[in-house]
Design a binder for this molecule. Structure first.
Ligand SMILES: C[S@@+](CC[C@H](N)C(=O)[O-])C[C@H]1O[C@@H](n2cnc3c(N)ncnc32)[C@H](O)[C@@H]1O
Length: 208
């Protein structure tokens, strides 16, 4: 991953200092810092609140940082389910979440078939090579009006390098091709820079 330029880091910090004073501060328990940035976490919360989401599915928990942002948007009685393959990550997340979400352990492609939808919002942020499969499941677990958000789909611009056959990159092209050919969604992808480098996320609205 391209290293973040200093101004991107500084601006992320500025945004957090100015606007996100009450950002969640989970314990990381020695896990890698692969969670979304604070401004992105706040965006997830805002999107969920804009939608009036009452049920949210997250694929890829890590320590529960993005989960904590999403949890803040839920009304009392809301449902938040997060899927995590690594039992150690799930253990750290459960401690951080303190019951705010149901953490389901196992490879998501095995646990997704056990879920009952529909969900109002689905956040895809697990192993990047499976994004197209996760999109298929997100659609199965959706209703018209569901919002699907997927992180890390631009990968330093490698998305458009057709000679780049890294499975995690080729998967982002398959993901976009699926979005393009799926008549039930309207979608866009936003490129991002920040403390996590250069990447991007897709937002898709299920219309039908
Ligand atoms: C980018 S991190 C998630 C970050 C988290 N959403 C956040 O922003 O705080 C990806 C997580 O997905 C998990 N993961 C990887 N492969 C997975 C799979 N097949 N099924 C479920 N989770 C998986 C990893 O163990 C890791 O914890």
């Amino acid at each position: 991953m391209q290293r973040a330029c200093q101004p991107w880091v500084d601006v992320d910090r500025y945004i957090a200092d100015q606007l996100l004073g009450d950002a969640p501060v989970p314990a990381h328990g020695g896990l890698p810092p692969h969670d979304v940035s604070p401004p992105q976490g706040a965006l997830l919360e805002l999107l969920a609140r804009l939608m009036g989401a009452r049920s949210i599915l997250e694929i890829g928990t890590l320590a529960g940082y993005s989960t904590l942002w999403l949890a803040r948007a839920l009304p009392p009685g809301g449902r938040l389910v997060t899927l995590e393959a690594d039992p150690r990550h799930a253990e750290v997340a459960r401690a951080n979440l303190a019951g705010a979400a149901e953490v389901i352990v196992g490879p998501a492609l095995e646990t997704l078939p056990t879920l009952t939808g529909p969900f109002d919002l689905v956040f895809i942020d697990a192993d990047k090579r499976s994004n197209a499969e996760y999109l298929r499941w997100a659609l199965r677990l959706s209703r018209p009006g569901t919002l699907i958000v997927a992180d890390n789909v631009v990968r330093d611009g490698r998305l458009v390098d057709r000679g780049d056959e890294d499975p995690a990159i080729a998967a982002q092209r398959r993901f976009h091709e699926m979005l393009a050919s799926e008549p039930r969604v309207e979608a866009t992808t936003i490129q991002t820079v920040g403390g996590k480098g250069y990447d991007g996320f897709s937002i898709a609205l299920v219309t039908d």
